[in-house]
Design a protein around this ligand. Structure first.
Ligand code: NAP
Length: 368
């Protein structure tokens, strides 16, 4: 394996998720950023000037990126020929435009790993949580064949709202206990709304019991993550139902979820579920990927945990932290889960996807 780092770009590199990529990739062993693209507002500016008034990270803007000139995401003529792949953290008013933009990059031979929801419903676009559905990478050749892409492709990350409860539910199913009903209420941090996001007068001393489009995503996306591969792409799972309520709360980072679930047949014992969660490992851990959390699910015994402020940064912000597993009078069990929305739920989760793609050979040099 060559010791040269793969060269990546960040579409939407000036936004909240984009800034997280800049921070998280500072010392990445395999990837280096050579391209940042954003809107016409940022186009042509050195990255420092484009982002300085809205920089939210707890680190300085990396020296070597300060002078990098921001490209317009629609400017394909200035694309660096050496780009190996891009992360897409772009936000456009029109989802069809995002879809078409991401496929244009793929058509040009550039793999796209997206945080945007535009392509999440596209049948031949895998929606990846590497610990759960790494098998869905098999859909990439199907997509390339159907769309006549020689090297490029698009894969997506699911919504940050579902991140905290998918691995705990999957772990229980992997252990042999099928789940048929899930009722979830999410309490979502303000950083999930991007920058400038929710108006301060709306969220200080308040909660907002509505996030546009979020409940639909939280109910539908798990079905694709749990879906099966067909000759066309992914077919959503049909024998499990999710009901979601999504609420914005005055927390900076970290989405909490309160989950109740019902098993189809056999119901595991409480202690067994905790053991299942604590011993849960998957391919990213086996491959020892740089961004893989050592323990993907951390179970805390304290009755008042997990809490965003204390637990969102667990294992580099990549672990899901779970607590308060107890009987539910209506379904079988209920518990609380937490994940860092801009790290595990966005940039960090996508970096883990990229690491898996690299190891699996999906970033072989263009033209090689
Ligand atoms: P954000 O802070 O609003 O950033 C949006 C980015 O898109 C900026 O780089 C912005 O560039 C660019 N942009 C906006 N309008 C544009 C236009 N007309 N043409 C080209 N570029 C344009 O949003 P975010 O929170 O980072 O989210 C980015 C994406 O990730 C969204 O699709 C979001 O749903 C998804 N996501 C977010 C989170 C989270 O926790 N925040 C989690 C998972 C997924 P300028 O700076 O030049 O305006």
């Amino acid at each position: 394996m060559s010791s040269e780092k793969l060269k990546c770009g960040i579409l939407g590199g000036t936004g909240i998720v984009g800034q997280n990529y800049i921070k998280l990739l500072r010392n990445h062993p395999w990837f280096e950023i050579i391209d940042i693209a954003a809107s016409p507002r940022s186009e042509g500016k050195p990255y420092y000037d484009a982002v300085k008034s809205k920089w939210q990270m707890d680190c300085e803007i990396p020296q070597k990126l300060r002078t990098l000139v921001v490209r317009n995401v629609f400017d394909f003529d200035s694309l660096d020929k050496n780009l190996d792949f891009v992360f897409s953290a772009i936000s456009l008013p029109n989802k069809e435009e995002v879809k078409s933009l991401e496929f244009q990059y793929a058509k040009k031979g550039i793999p796209v790993i997206s945080n945007n929801s535009a392509n999440r419903g596209t049948t031949d676009v895998p929606m990846l949580i590497p610990e759960i559905n790494h098998e869905h990478l098999k859909v990439i050749p199907i997509q390339q064949k159907r769309r006549n892409f020689t090297h490029g492709f698009v894969i997506v990350k699911p919504n940050c709202s579902i991140q905290s409860y998918m691995a705990p539910l999957h772990a229980i199913e992997q252990a042999g206990y099928e789940i048929e009903k899930v009722v979830v209420t999410t309490l979502q941090a303000v950083s999930g709304a991007g920058f400038p996001g929710v108006a301060s007068l709306d969220i200080i001393d308040n909660i907002v019991p509505y996030i546009e489009g979020e409940e639909e995503k939280s109910e539908k996306e798990p079905l694709k993550v749990f879906g099966r591969i067909t000759s066309e792409g992914i077919s959503n799972r049909e024998d499990i139902t999710f009901s979601a309520t999504c609420i914005r709360v005055p927390v900076t980072d970290g989405h909490i979820a309160s989950i109740s679930f019902k098993c189809k047949d056999t119901i595991p014992k409480n202690e067994e579920i905790i053991n299942i969660w604590r011993s849960y490992r998957s391919l990213p851990q086996e491959l020892n990927l740089p961004f893989a959390p050592k323990h993907p699910i951390i179970y805390l015994e304290n009755v008042d945990r997990p809490q965003p402020k204390k637990d969102r940064a667990n294992d580099k912000g990549m672990a899901v932290t779970v607590g308060r597993l107890r009987d539910d009078n209506v379904l079988d069990y209920k518990f609380i889960s937490l994940s860092h929305n801009t790290i595990r739920g966005a940039a960090g989760g996508a970096i883990l996807n990229a690491e898996l793609l690299k190891v699996k050979g999906f970033f072989e040099k263009r033209g090689s």
